[in-house]
Design a protein around this ligand. Sequence first.
Ligand SMILES: CC(C)(COP(=O)(O)OP(=O)(O)OC[C@H]1O[C@@H](n2cnc3c(N)ncnc32)[C@H](O)[C@@H]1OP(=O)(O)O)[C@@H](O)C(=O)NCCC(=O)NCCS
Length: 152
Amino acid sequence: MESHHQQTNMWKISEVTVKDLPKINELENELNLNKTKLNFFNQTLSNENFKFIKLVLEKKIIGFLQFSLNKSDCDIISIGVSKKFQKMGHGKLLVEYLKSSNLKNIFVEVSTNNINAIMFYYSLNFLKIGLRKNYYKKPKSDAILLKLENVN
Ligand SMILES: CC(C)(COP(=O)(O)OP(=O)(O)OC[C@H]1O[C@@H](n2cnc3c(N)ncnc32)[C@H](O)[C@@H]1OP(=O)(O)O)[C@@H](O)C(=O)NCCC(=O)NCCS
């Protein structure tokens, strides 16, 4: 029988460990996202409402997602996919990982300047539920509050 090599078999999502932090910081730097500091990371390890996951493709970390849980709701704190691997469905894999758990709502705040991320969330069926004026200070911008009601 003919066999097909499927891309989907080569990726894996698992929890970020302290030894992943330098690579995560590299990605955050590449994407101009806030750097996750070691101190902060260590504190989150004892916080069961905070999760940090990585997307590994062929042994390389190409994406990550930080989120917090509050009962059946979830807040996306940070998400990133390495530029070379963007627009290939990797960010969607990370959000789908969230959707597969028993969550009711997923919330995220995005700068009105971050058109890429807004388009990303809209294409995943997030809806705009609010605007937070001057939410970001550097550079100054408003935030759009988006929500995905989970159907799972
Ligand atoms: C936002 C981000 C994580 C998206 O990751 P990605 O791997 O490129 O996204 P995907 O390829 O999974 O895209 C999923 C869907 O969003 C759409 N999408 C993604 N980026 C888009 C863009 N710039 N414009 C329009 N649509 C876009 C895709 O077309 C796809 O739609 P489809 O399922 O209908 O085909 C990535 O662009 C990133 O790391 N950005 C920098 C960091 C950042 O801004 N993070 C968000 C704020 S915390």
